[in-house]
Design a protein around this ligand. Sequence first.
Ligand SMILES: [Zn+2]
Length: 344
Amino acid sequence: MKAAQLISHGSPGLLAVNDLPDPSPGPEEVVVAVEACGVNHLDLWLEDGALPIPLKLPRTPGSEIAGRIVALGEDVDEWQLGDRVAVQSNLFCGKCEFCKRGDESMCINAQLLGVECDGGFAEQVVVPWPALVRLPEGLDSVSAAALILAGSTAMHMLTARCEVHAGDWVLVMGGSSGVGSAAIQIARELGAQVIATGSTPEKMELARQLGAGWVVNHTQASWPSEVRKITGKRGVDVVVEHFGGDFLKQAFHCLARGGSVVTCGATAGRDISLELWPLFVKQQKLIGSYSRDRADLVATLDWAAYGKLKAVIDRRFPLAETPAAFARLRQRQVMGKCLVVPGL
Ligand SMILES: [Zn+2]
């Protein structure tokens, strides 16, 4: 089979599409023929060598996988050849105290698919069968792959890590990104009034099309006061944050009393200082969100199949052009998701 392997770190690193032996499954594993695999910032962090995890190269990246089962391990009874599946990329152990209570996103033994083991920028990938989720009827694999990681991350943020009630104000940072585009739609579906941010007229228009009632430009210094103005100076109940850096600090200027900033990323910086006085006086919360539980992934795919959550596809790349897909995400020109489709 062909696979895109990261040979050496860098920005960009060296990615090469190589011929490798077809993988064979261990007793508790299956082989999935990859039909589509989404490109994420996680892949760029892996490429940069910027992840705080010991890594071994070469590595096939790719963590957002939809496809079809083509080989079954001898102890796998739950699945059949030909089943259409999505893969939960946070490979959880199923045995620790967190997994046992269904909080797989908190698994203490979790492995990141496409980082700590080979992932989906390949014709085939081996995964443990408990990581599989069935693709609902009527949901194509490209749309599914565009939502598996970013969409379910947004689902986890808005339905598991915090609560959104009908009528709440929700601010979505970077509304045209993978997480942002899903978060706008999920918050709308939960009955919220959604404000989004964007950095270009095109990205702002996409956020509007996805259901944001108001869109502000976060490259302008006045954006937090614009958000406050939209809410009649009250502030928002929830901020969906994934930029980090100064944006996270500014998110608190947009926040109502009792409100929550939920954060799942830090592409603009991991190290910030925060003034604690307004945080406790206004009884606000800063909530970390990481990965997803299987329940979040099931909900994401079901919502997509029912038409409540639409995948936003930027561009599809054949496997041989995986480096170009990485470069496009790195240039921050992406509207929605870039995907690698090995069958193209
Ligand atoms: Zn676990």
